[in-house]
Ligand binder design. Structure first.
Ligand SMILES: *Cc1c(COP(=O)(O)O)cnc(C)c1O
Length: 432
């Protein structure tokens, strides 16, 4: 059922009057498109138009929209209870999901902390690292080292380790903790990493090791900070250096977790296991906001034996039963599906489909890893214009800056994927 065009305009007008959107200006002139339904890989706009979704709602909707299995998981939990506080109480959805997370993540990660969003899971990871060293009488170890080009979220702790330029540290200098930044890896995914490539990182780590609680980075894929894919060997060298210098390793798998890069977790490309792992985004298959921070029994045990004897965090909606139930169903659905074959097929489709972009004026690079396809341009796109062009072409693609990228739901078929890549090629050719 579509809404009338008067209803459509009214909705958009009221949205403009009262709502912020992500990274938006109040009263700005960027278009917003009302969605009335979504099913499979298709979004239905209020005027009846259907768009093929190339974004999976920012990495989340890996099974597509309105999936009967996920719908059933939520409604059956809803019949029992929507929410109950997690202080002093527990429930089956939280326990079963924790078991599943421990089972699917690399071996020594045993302790699970639930929170509401990716950014908060990063805050929690950073707190864990600081409390770990406090418990070991090394309270001076409170800083973090990362690589440039990263993105870890929008809260203050997370922002402090985002790329200082794209993360706009300039705006918040007075309130952001001053962290340490190594140049982003020069070695690409699939390439070796030389001693020279890791040298600057190693020097910073060695020089500041007495103050460093942890290294934090996104494994293999740097997402919102620039969509770059770096060498697995780089990550392996980081792991070794962290051990040598007595610094914990936090890996942020919020974007990469649950299959997106072709492995269940991107750290598996390098056979590297972190001390602390953040997951979010696709955790619930895009249904509800939930994230988790996992750590080893050694880290959780050390924190719990130290002063003040507890981990100092406890969100109101911690372990929300609806979110836990749908997350458990989503992980099971993923594991029961031929997800590796699907990601391989998407990877091949993205490679073939985006290849013609290399010949276009204005294109700096085309890169594909797993179900992520990126076209990097020389200059930033005109968002208003390109969004309209994509919608007119029947696809939902939302570039940022110089990056036009696709990360569709895993269930997309070849024909819809081709429609997405064709729309990218045609639109960029028209704008070049
Ligand atoms: C999206 C993202 C976050 C932040 O997650 P939110 O749920 O938006 O708070 C953190 N790290 C990475 C790698 C992300 O992609």
């Amino acid at each position: 059922m579509n809404i009338s065009s008067a209803g459509y305009d009214d909705l958009v007008r009221q949205d403009r009057a009262h709502l912020w959107h992500p990274y938006s200006a109040m009263g700005g002139d960027q278009p917003v498109y009302p969605v009335i339904a979504a099913r499979g890989v298709r979004l239905t706009l209020a005027d009846g138009r259907e768009l093929i979704d190339g974004m999976a709602s920012w990495w989340c909707a890996i099974h597509g929209y309105n999936h009967p299995v996920l719908n059933a998981a939520i409604t059956s939990q809803l019949d029992r209870m929507a929410h109950v506080m997690f202080g002093g109480l527990t429930h089956a959805a939280a326990v079963r999901l924790a078991n599943k997370l421990v089972e699917v993540t690399p071996e020594p990660l045993q302790s699970v902390f639930y929170c509401d969003s990716g950014s908060v899971s990063v805050e929690v990871a950073m707190k864990m690292a600081i409390q770990y060293w406090q418990a070991r009488d090394r309270g001076e170890k409170q800083r973090f080292l990362t690589i440039r080009g990263g993105y870890h979220g929008d809260t203050f702790g997370a922002m402090s380790v985002c790329d200082p330029v794209t993360g706009m540290h300039r705006l918040f200098t007075g309130v952001l903790a001053p962290q340490l930044f190594a140049t982003s890896p020069g070695c690409r995914f699939g390439e070796p990493c030389s001693a020279e490539d890791i040298e600057a990182f190693g020097r910073l780590l060695q020089h500041h090791r007495q103050q460093l609680a942890a290294v934090i980075m996104e494994p293999i894929v740097q997402g919102a900070g620039g969509m770059r894919f770096y060498s697995a060997e780089y990550l392996q060298r980081v792991r070794v250096l962290c051990e040598e210098h007595g610094v914990l390793l936090i890996l942020d798998e919020i974007a990469t977790g649950f299959g997106r890069t072709g492995k269940l977790f991107a750290c598996e490309h390098a056979d590297v296991v972190p001390d602390i792992l953040c997951v979010g985004k696709a955790l619930t298959g895009g249904y509800l906001s939930l994230a988790a921070t996992l750590t080893t029994a050694h880290v959780s045990g050390t924190i719990s034996r130290g002063e003040p004897g507890v981990f100092m965090h406890g969100p109101t909606f911690m372990a929300n039963p609806l979110a836990c139930a749908v997350a458990l169903a989503s992980i099971q659905l993923l594991l029961d599906s031929p997800w590796q074959a699907r990601i391989e097929a998407i990877e091949a489709g993205l490679r073939d489909g985006l290849e013609p972009c290399r010949e276009l004026a204005g294109v700096a690079d085309v890169r594909v890893l797993g179900a992520i396809g990126v076209v990097e341009l020389h200059t930033a796109v005109d968002m208003k214009r390109i969004t309209r062009q994509f919608v007119e072409a029947g696809v939902w693609v939302r570039p940022f800056g110089k990056l036009v990228y696709l990360m569709p739901p895993f269930i997309i078929d070849r024909q819809d994927l081709t429609a997405l890549t064709d729309a990218v090629v045609t639109t960029l050719a028209g704008n070049g």
